[in-house]
Design a binder for this molecule. Structure first.
Ligand code: AGP
Length: 359
């Protein structure tokens, strides 16, 4: 087992560090096929994403990308709810995009089977080659992340986001919804994402030190807007599942509609705030939390955020449409170190299985 971990103390840490390569492989592995798949789905204006857990968060990023680039308005539904709510709403004019690392998650497979029965077109985004999801789907895109042993999804998530980005770009190109020059820029930007992730990984030691400081905190809040919102959900899920600390991912705009009441002196609020459309709005949300005494940990490429933050995790500059791939990485590392510092085995969190094969 030591040999398989390649010198890392845990598979999760190894898999976090494999992300630059995994993302490169996802890009290269899909380059030849993405245009054909985009062609096959371009005619569908009813798009429903189904997935669970981390893959559900990828679906939320997918929705954002499809909105911004392909000007589609997809629905994102938990696979576990889909079969009860969508039976009469799916037909042969519907495209269902199922996202599943393992390709064996029972809820997701059930949703896919229902969609097929109703005549929908089913596209699966899957990591495990030959898994059940690939056999049900009409079309499959692989994430090419390689085997993921740690229960917490890391490289399979960032590669799901990579594939979704490629698909949204290609769809936009086919549909003519966005300036082709910008699409080219985004494509070149995506090629550079592995290097940006590499850069983030070099800051591991400061994230470990931050984890030392935070290890006795009882509650964490993660806030974001736009594509930062799924990142907030994913950061919170990583923390919950391996450190067993209570964490919530919140849409920052929702703060003052309730959750602000929970904030007290010293409660960590992790704010995901890359440059982009909602940057200034996020600053106001951060100030709201700060005024209640919260400890603000900001992730941003903008130095000026240190004015309203206790800690600024300095991120590389990246187009906001690509930012969710890069910004999740420090959150994975933080959760990992908090788990280890609290004496947990991050590879085998209690009560959880790598793939949930019962509904
Ligand atoms: C994530 O860290 C979890 N292991 C879990 O939420 C997982 O993403 C979910 O069970 C879905 O799995 P799948 O991608 O294999 O379908």
């Amino acid at each position: 087992e030591m040999a398989e971990k390649a010198g890392y103390p845990h598979f999760m840490l190894k898999e976090i560090h494999e992300q630059p390569k995994a993302i490169r492989d996802a890009i290269h592995g899909n380059r030849g096929i993405i245009s054909k798949v985009a062609e096959e789905i371009a005619g569908y204006d009813r798009v429903i994403f189904v997935a669970m857990g981390t893959s559900y968060h990828a679906a939320l990023v997918g929705k954002y990308l499809f909105q911004r680039l392909a000007k589609r308005i997809p629905i994102v539904e938990e696979a576990s709810e889909f079969r009860y709510e969508f039976e009469d709403l799916v037909d042969d004019g519907t495209l269902v995009i199922a996202i599943t690392q393992s390709g064996e998650t029972a809820d997701t497979l059930a949703a896919m089977k229902l969609a097929k029965r109703k005549g929908a077109k089913v596209l699966a985004i899957v990591n495990v080659v030959g898994s059940m999801a690939t056999r049900i789907a009409d079309l499959t895109l692989y994430t090419h992340a390689g085997p993921e042993i740690g229960v917490a999804a890391t490289k399979t998530y960032t590669t799901q986001l990579t594939v979704l980005t490629m698909l949204a770009i290609e769809l936009a190109r086919k549909l003519g919804t966005v300036d082709p020059e910008y699409l080219g820029e985004l494509e070149r930007g995506l090629e550079l994402v592995p290097d940006l992730v590499e850069d983030v990984l070099t800051h591991e030691e400061s994230l470990r030190e931050l984890a030392e400081e935070l290890k006795d905190k009882r509650d964490f809040f993660y806030i974001g807007r736009g594509a930062g919102f799924p990142t907030a959900l994913e950061g919170a899920l990583k923390l919950k599942e391996i450190s067993y600390i209570h964490a919530e991912g919140l849409s920052a705009g929702e703060l003052k509609h309730g959750p602000l009441a929970l904030l007290e002196d010293g409660v960590p609020v992790v704010a995901i705030n890359p440059s982009g459309k909602v940057f200034d709005k996020m600053v106001s949300n951060i100030e709201e939390a700060r005024a209640r005494g919260a400890m603000i940990i900001s992730l941003s490429d903008r130095e000026e955020l240190s004015r309203v933050s206790d800690v600024l995790i300095k991120m590389p500059e990246v187009d906001e449409l690509l930012s969710s791939i890069v910004y999740v990485v420090p959150l994975q590392i933080l959760a990992y170190h908090l788990a280890v510092l609290r004496g947990n085995d991050p590879d085998k969190p209690r009560n959880l299985a790598k793939s949930v094969t019962v509904e």
